[in-house]
Design a protein around this ligand. Structure first.
Ligand SMILES: [Zn+2]
Length: 430
């Protein structure tokens, strides 16, 4: 199903023509309206007229996460403050957050993109969508909410946490779709299990949208089978409206990125050079329709690749593969680069492993992986435990090329978070 078939199936040629038109307009617009870009273009001796084709995008200076922090709060604003109607922020671990402003039309366009995403996965006005993302400054709450309302679904703004209430809402109002982090979905599956209930029988759930945290294909399958539903990957970031930048269609093979609103590039994070389509690297995004706060060539730090093959659904907007990590999530043990997601992928593929785990870094040579295992395994024989431990160690070593120290834990004993999961504890002194 399509929300806007004309644009979703627009030929590549017309889509690229539209992108170039919008890019040129955006460059002129920010040069005359945004104090940050006026200064940046001048410093880099860049002029909007230098871009004559889409290839010319490579000449436009990058925008970094730090630029948003340093120019907080209004530096990237391209309209008068009176034109803005909403503020979201994107949290950072240190210092000031990134402030993102929306005009009324920006809000409308963001909702429209979400509507495309939801309809693509079968949502209609008959659906009930329970949004289990934070309704605070984070975009996952309100942006998804407005889009689901636009489709005409009944939206339950449940927010994060209070699991008993979440379950009650799901049961009493026949929730068919949830927007949730993967770690929280796994936690809810555990809660059902503890109560001796089968979510496949208790709920009317059909689908879940997973964003905000990177996760593996194995985790998706685990959640799909626990609830008997389809799980769709969602990609977005507050700097680019929030959710709705890219989303999976019914084929669940990569996320269509809405190329009439964004231009994507994949670059080498070290050299900054564009990589050929299909190669893995850092995703860089340029907004084409934002009025309040356009952002050019934004270094997302998310590692992915462009899937170039056409999709069976008929949409012409290209797909990005599952995010395999963030360029700054990576840690180094014994000189080897490791992404937390590699560890997750291995663990979730091992029988006997439960749903929670923790990566602990004590030194630059030692990697400790704490793994919850299933009750049956935990209560099993000493030999069985030793065998499982050896299997986890062996498979992780084969994937990471570093031998980790494995600790097995009883199910439910490692800390869980009801929001974004914190999987890596870094105790190393710099
Ligand atoms: Zn598709």
């Amino acid at each position: 199903m399509f929300w806007d078939p004309k644009i979703e199936k627009l030929s590549r040629e017309k889509l690229e023509k539209l992108q170039l038109e919008r890019l040129k307009k955006t460059l002129q617009y920010v040069f005359s309206r945004s104090p940050f870009y006026k200064k940046r273009f001048t410093e880099k001796k860049f002029r909007p007229s230098m871009v004559k084709s889409l290839d010319g995008l490579a000449r436009v200076p990058f925008t970094y996460i730090d630029d948003l922090r340093k120019n907080y709060p209004y530096g990237l604003l391209a309209v008068d403050k009176s034109e803005t109607v909403r503020l979201h922020t994107s949290s950072g671990t240190t210092g000031k957050p990134k402030a993102i402003f929306f005009t009324r039309d920006d809000i409308g366009r963001g909702a429209d993109l979400i509507a495309r995403c939801l309809v693509m996965t079968g949502v209609t006005k008959k659906d009930v969508l329970q949004n289990m993302m934070s309704y605070g400054l984070f975009t996952g709450g309100l942006v998804m909410h407005y889009g689901a309302e636009k489709v005409g679904a009944l939206v339950i703004p449940a927010g994060i946490g209070n699991t008993d209430r979440q379950l009650m809402l799901m049961q009493d109002f026949g929730t068919t779709s949830i927007h949730i982090t993967p770690s929280y979905a796994l936690y809810i599956a555990d809660v059902f299990e503890k109560k001796g209930l089968d979510p496949r029988k208790e709920l009317k759930l059909k689908r879940a949208y997973m964003g905000a945290e990177p996760h593996s294909e194995e985790t998706r399958r685990k959640i799909e089978s626990a609830f008997g539903i389809d799980v769709y990957n969602s990609y977005g970031l507050s700097e680019m409206n929030g959710p709705g930048v890219a989303f999976e269609c019914q084929y669940k093979d990569g996320m269509h990125l809405w190329e009439d609103h964004f231009i994507m590039e994949i670059i080498d994070p070290v050299t900054g050079r564009q990589l050929p389509p299909g190669q893995e690297g850092e995703l860089v995004l340029t907004t084409l329709c934002r009025v309040g706060m356009p952002i050019l060539r934004y270094r997302t730090k998310d590692i992915t690749r462009i899937i170039t093959a056409p999709c069976r659904c008929g949409r012409t907007h290209r797909r990005i593969a599952r995010i395999t990590g963030r360029s700054d999530d990576m840690f180094i043990i014994k000189g080897v680069n490791i992404f937390p997601q590699q560890i997750e992928r291995v663990l979730m593929g091992i029988k006997g492993v439960a749903r929670n785990y923790l990566i602990q870094l004590e030194s630059y040579d030692e990697l400790i992986v704490k793994v919850e295992i299933q009750k049956r395994s935990f209560d099993g024989s000493v030999d069985h435990m030793a065998g499982l431990k050896a299997e986890i160690e062996g498979k992780l070593r084969a994937e990471l090329l570093v031998r980790p120290k494995i600790e097995l834990h009883e199910p439910g004993s490692l800390p869980v978070s009801e929001g974004k999961a914190k999987r890596v504890i870094d105790n190393r002194k710099l």
